[in-house]
Design a protein around this ligand. Structure first.
Ligand SMILES: *Cc1c(COP(=O)(O)O)cnc(C)c1O
Length: 234
C-alpha cells in the first residue's frame, strides 16, 4: 500500500467514525481507533504514525514482539488481539499496553505475573464468544462472571472491558444482535467493578461492521484492511 493511501484511508475511516457517532448521538471522543497492522510491514506502521495514528493491533505474539522492539516508539500504544498461549505471554507482557483476547482466568494470572516482573500494568479485555462460532474464540457469556470475579485482586493486570468478534457476513445488519449481546453483557456485569476490574470499554467492530458496532455501543474499533489494504493471510 502506498504511503499516501494509508494516510488517506486513515482520514476516511476517522470521518466515517465521526459521522456514525453523529447520526447515533455519540461523542467521537468515546471511540478509540485501533489500526490492525497484522501481516503488514513496519513501514506501513511508521506511515500511519506519521499520519497521527498511535494505537496498533496485532494478532500474533511473535510478530507483536518483533514490531514493538523495532518500532520502539514510547508514544505507540500496542494492542494484542489474537489467541493467547500461556507460555508466550512473557514475550509481550513486558511491553504491550492492551490485551483484548483474554478468554480464561488462567491468562489473567499469567499476565499479572509477567507484567509484575516487568514492574508494569497491562490493560485487558475479556473476549466473549458472541457469534457462537467455535473458531472465533472467547469465553461463553455464562463464564464471564466467574472470570471477572477471579480478576478482582491483581496488581499488574486491570480488566477494562469486553471484546467480541461478530460472524463474518456480507451484510453487517446480520450481526447487529451479536453486538447488542456484547453491550448487554457489558451493562449487566458492571456490578463486578471494584478492585482490578473497571468495565469501561466495549471492543467490537472491524472493517466490514464497525459502523453497526459503534451504533451498538463500541468504544474501541479494530480496523485493518480498510486502512492497510487486503491481507494475503492472517
Ligand atoms: C484481523 C482482525 C481485525 C481487523 O480486521 P479487518 O477486517 O481487516 O478490519 C480486528 N480484530 C481482530 C481480532 C482481528 O484478528
Amino acid at each position: 500500500m502506498s504511503n499516501e493511501d494509508i494516510s488517506q484511508n486513515l482520514s476516511s475511516i476517522q470521518e466515517q467514525i465521526a459521522e456514525t457517532c453523529e447520526s447515533s448521538g455519540r461523542d467521537p471522543k468515546e471511540i478509540t481507533l485501533v489500526t490492525v497492522s497484522k501481516t503488514k510491514p513496519n513501514e506501513d506502521i511508521l506511515e500511519a504514525i506519521k499520519a497521527g495514528q498511535l494505537h496498533f493491533g496485532e494478532n500474533r505474539m511473535k510478530e507483536l514482539e518483533d514490531k514493538m522492539a523495532s518500532i520502539a516508539n514510547p508514544d505507540v500504544v500496542w494492542h494484542f488481539i489474537g489467541n493467547l498461549q500461556t507460555n508466550k505471554i512473557k514475550y509481550i507482557a513486558d511491553r504491550v499496553n492492551w490485551i483484548h483476547s483474554v478468554e480464561k482466568a488462567k491468562y489473567l494470572k499469567e499476565i499479572d505475573k509477567r507484567a509484575g516482573q516487568a514492574n508494569r500494568v497491562v490493560n485487558a479485555h475479556i473476549q466473549v464468544n458472541i457469534s457462537d462460532e467455535k473458531q472465533k474464540g472467547g469465553c461463553k457469556p455464562d463464564d464471564l462472571a466467574r472470570i471477572l470475579e477471579s480478576a478482582q485482586n491483581y496488581e499488574h493486570v486491570k480488566v477494562k472491558g469486553l471484546m467480541g468478534m461478530a460472524t463474518f457476513t456480507d451484510d453487517p445488519e446480520d450481526v447487529r444482535s451479536e453486538f447488542k449481546l456484547l453491550k448487554e453483557l457489558f451493562d449487566s456485569h458492571q456490578s463486578y467493578n471494584g478492585g482490578s476490574v473497571q468495565l469501561e470499554h466495549v471492543s467490537m467492530g472491524m472493517t466490514n461492521d464497525f459502523k453497526v458496532a459503534i451504533e451498538e455501543g463500541a468504544t474501541m474499533v479494530r480496523i485493518g484492511s480498510a486502512i492497510f489494504g487486503e491481507r494475503n493471510y492472517g
